[in-house]
Design a protein. Structure first.
Length: 195
């Protein structure tokens, strides 16, 4: 199958958020609590919930941080470098689920608090891709590509990892700092994947 001359992708901004293990949902919201859906996200397996928490360190606090569902096997906090600076943290750029050598903090919910010793990351910029889309574009799992943005603050994002999984849909995710630097918003959110 011939590859297209230009591979376009929608760029979505991943605002700071929290993924929670079931045991931590119970501590923060009450025993056997079920997260409630606010809206679906672009990836079919994930949704924004109505639930929010506060993130607290010895230095500062971030209030009303959105919880994403469904529950996971581990608790993870994803934020931008600006958020981390506000909290006095220095997290590493990591893929989701890779929590080794990451800092922790206190998560505050309406029914209790959870102290996590690790789990705060700056998310590695990445592309969600289904197996069908991967075949169409000639991509492989964990391949590193570049993405060129458009607009007055156009730039080329290097070190973008392709994540291929059934149920994923063709989207690139970057954090708020990255989006602000490239001038990405609802009117300028298309990039070109460079292999």
């Amino acid at each position: 199958m011939a590859k297209p001359d230009k591979i376009k992708i929608i760029i979505e901004i991943s605002v700071r958020h929290v993924h929670l293990a079931k045991s931590d949902i119970d501590k923060l919201f009450g025993k056997d609590y079920k997260l409630t859906k606010l809206r679906d996200l672009s990836q079919s397996h994930e949704f924004a919930t109505n639930e929010v928490v506060d993130l607290k360190t010895a230095k500062n606090i971030l209030k009303h941080i959105r919880v994403l569902g469904p529950a996971r096997d581990y608790t993870q906090v994803e934020m931008a470098k600006t958020d981390a600076f506000h909290l006095g943290l220095n997290p590493l750029v990591k893929m989701s689920g890779d929590l080794e050598d990451t800092p922790g903090l206190t998560i505050v919910g309406p029914k209790g608090e959870v102290d996590i010793s690790q789990g705060v990351i700056l998310s590695y910029r990445h592309i969600h891709c289904s197996p069908v889309q991967a075949k169409k574009y000639g991509l492989r799992h964990k391949q590193i590509v570049k993405v060129k943005t458009e607009g007055q603050r156009s730039m080329i994002f290097k070190n973008v990892m392709v994540k291929i999984k059934e149920g994923f849909d063709w989207r690139m995710h970057i954090d708020t700092d990255e989006a602000n630097g490239a001038g990405i918003d609802d009117s300028n959110n298309v990039g070109e994947v460079i292999l």
